[in-house]
Design a protein around this ligand. Structure first.
Ligand SMILES: Nc1ncnc2c1ncn2[C@@H]1O[C@H](COP(=O)(O)OP(=O)(O)O)[C@@H](O)[C@H]1O
Ligand SMILES: [Mg+2]
Length: 384
């Protein structure tokens, strides 16, 4: 649909915008059959009326041009001055607002290969795997996807941060299902996560302390290949009940991680990049060393099992450029890897810790905060 417009009614606006934002705008406008200039017009109009919005990272932008109704750009500039923002920032926030209020209408055909599997990994603790798993799952569910979050860390941070109890050590659990020691249906372990715009589409499989023994038990298991395939077999009954299964991995490189990596492999009938691992890292040297070890494990497993494991991207978390050269040069290095790409750079933000404190999902607690928006960007990019 091309909006009827006369050049005389419109004025050309040129700005610098992040490449991803331009791409998202282009794709979404095409999906909805909306002209880009109309989308931007709506975004700017809504943004001027909205209360202040989170900052958008506009570094590394490139030139973007569109046509706005005569006079609107002047009004945008006035609002930017009032809010003490650059014009590029005002326009970027306007486009973000439009994207958030115009979700993708893409139909979701039933998938023969079952739910897409996204695992969040890094054997370093405290880098943000749990926060990213939770937030990305909430964002996917907001986008209309039926999403299951799996707490695969025996410490159960994800379970407890969302306000749930860990499963009792003697009750059925994911680990018991993996080891063939559980009776009953794994579906009975799921609990709905309430609140926010994702309600009704998001479930959690809580952790149980018995997972501390998983590595040792998998190591001594006599069945051929049980080590690698245990997670997949345990979760098989859920494959067609969800569009996405997001696994919050433990901070280790043991057998539990192998089984998660195997689960994220590209299945027959699935394109590469539909399922895979997201690596959550910090902008510091020890994260680069940790990634090298994880990469080696991914490559060894892929070779041993003749499978393909896609790396969906990095999330550079808790980034603080004030930490100086170590942070900025390390961020450059993550960018330079190129493939996988950096999906998002998330600053150190207070809302994440506050949400954990009150045991609420971040996207319900503070849906418009900068981190929530970054998590939606990650969800959008991995679901492309
Ligand atoms: N971007 C962020 N800003 C501020 N705090 C964060 C951010 N990401 C994670 N956190 C907090 O840092 C701590 C460690 O994060 P977590 O997700 O538990 O890491 P991991 O799962 O890798 O061990 C948690 O308290 C979490 O709420
Ligand atoms: Mg964790």
């Amino acid at each position: 649909m091309t909006a009827p417009y006369h050049p005389s009614d419109r004025e050309k606006v040129v700005a610098k915008l992040p490449t991803d934002l331009r791409k998202d705008l282009k794709v979404r406008a095409a999906e909805l059959g909306v002209d880009i200039q109309d989308a931007v017009t709506e975004g700017v109009t809504a943004w001027r009326r909205a209360k202040s919005r989170p900052q958008v990272d506009t570094t590394g932008g490139s030139s973007f041009a569109t046509y706005l109704p005569a006079g609107l750009y002047g009004k945008l500039k006035d609002t930017c001055k009032d809010r003490k923002l650059s014009y590029n920032q005002g326009l970027a926030q306007s486009i973000h607002l439009w994207l958030d209020s115009h979700p993708s209408p893409r139909p979701q055909p039933p998938r023969e290969s079952g739910a897409r599997r996204v695992i969040m990994g890094n054997q370093k603790g405290g880098v943000g795997k749990t926060a990213t798993s939770a937030g990305v799952a909430q964002a996917l569910a907001e986008m209309g996807k039926r999403t299951l979050l799996i707490d695969f860390d025996p410490q159960g941070h994800l379970t407890r941060q969302l306000g749930y109890q860990m499963l009792d050590i003697d009750s059925p659990s994911l680990a018991k299902h993996m080891l063939g020691e559980a009776r009953g249906d794994i579906r009975d372990l799921l609990v709905p996560i309430k609140g926010g715009d994702f309600e009704g589409r998001l479930h959690l499989l809580p952790a149980c302390k018995d997972a501390f023994l998983l590595d040792a038990k998998l190591a001594t298991s006599r069945s051929v290949r049980i080590k690698e395939t245990a997670l997949e077999r345990a979760l098989e009954p859920l494959a067609h009940e969800f569009d996405y299964i997001v696994v919050d991995c433990p901070p280790s490189l043991g057998y539990a991680m192998d089984t998660a990596l195997y689960y994220s492999r590209t299945r027959d009938g699935e394109e590469a990049g539909q399922s895979g691992i997201v690596v959550v890292v910090l902008a510091e040297d020890s994260s680069a060393d940790a990634y090298d070890m994880l990469l080696e494990q991914i490559e060894d497993l892929a070779e041993d099992m003749s499978i393909t494991i896609s790396q969906l991207g990095f999330v550079v978390n808790m980034y603080d450029s004030r930490k100086g050269y170590v942070a900025t040069s390390s961020l450059d290095e993550w960018h330079q890897i190129g493939d996988p790409a950096v999906l998002a750079v998330i600053p150190e933000l207070k809302e994440q810790r506050e949400a954990v404190r009150v045991k609420q999902p971040l996207l319900a607690y503070e849906p418009d905060c900068e981190q929530a928006i970054a998590l939606r960007t990650i969800a959008r990019r991995i679901s492309e």
